[in-house]
Ligand binder design. Structure first.
Ligand SMILES: [Mg+2]
Length: 230
């Protein structure tokens, strides 16, 4: 068996591995069908309110905001509409196969996602990604606050952060530029967001990661970081 390259690949989840914008449309249709238009509208208002609290999607908190306004039956249906949505059908095409290939090539492949501690792991699990990665999943409120933990999680020569949000990548690059190499995947509504720091590579689709020469990318990223320090 060929030796795996000693890199860690940290993949974001929403709009990186799963088409979250489409998934929200699917869930909205389910809530509409199961609970009606008023509840659907109220839910997404609560979703935005909850998101503003910690600047991260927090589904249990959104439900908490809604609960006192709903009958028991409607609350149950609303939870079902969310909990049992068809997550695996929203995974970007070729993603699970890509994960298998990445695991053949590199020493460590895991998901590092932002979200609440209840719904987000459930969503990743139901999508099939938890099984595909043997449970190598981390969910934080803000991954930028856990850089040291991520470095301890996987021993590697370099860490490739793959994310659809340029701001997150910029934070990693700014704080530990020699450790983290950044790959911006231009999927979802952040695809053309302004970038405070240019990512080391941009991908039009997540499966393009398979065509990136990671050795060359890490070398180039480190040279650029050295030069910008001089
Ligand atoms: Mg994302």
């Amino acid at each position: 068996m060929p030796t795996k390259q000693n890199f860690a690949i940290f993949l974001d989840f929403d709009n990186t591995l799963i088409d979250n914008d489409s998934l929200k449309d699917i869930i909205s249709s389910r809530i509409h069908a199961m609970c009606g238009d008023d509840v659907n509208r109220q839910f997404w208002d609560a979703y935005e309110r909850a998101r503003l609290v910690n600047n991260v999607v927090d589904i249990p908190l959104a439900f908490h905001y809604m609960r006192h306004e709903l009958t028991d039956e409607t609350a149950h249906n609303l939870w079902d509409a969310f909990w049992d949505a068809p997550y695996s059908s929203a995974i970007f095409p070729g993603t699970l196969e890509m994960l298998q290939e990445l695991r053949q090539r590199y020493a460590f492949v895991g998901v590092v996602s932002d979200g609440d501690a209840v719904y987000q792991p459930h969503k990743i699990d139901r999508s099939g990604v938890t099984r595909a990665l043997d449970g190598l999943i981390k969910v934080f409120l803000h991954k930028q606050d856990h850089m040291d933990e991520l470095l301890r999680w996987a021993a590697a020569n370099a860490y490739v952060m793959v994310d659809d949000k340029p701001d997150i990548l910029a934070d990693f690059k700014q704080i530990l530029p020699m450790m983290f190499v950044t790959a911006h995947v231009r999927q979802g509504h952040y695809a053309n967001s302004p970038r405070a720091i240019e990512p080391d590579v941009s991908l039009d689709a997540i499966t393009d990661l398979l065509h990136v020469d990671i050795v060359e990318l890490v070398d180039r990223a480190r040279r650029n970081s050295q030069q910008s320090k001089v």
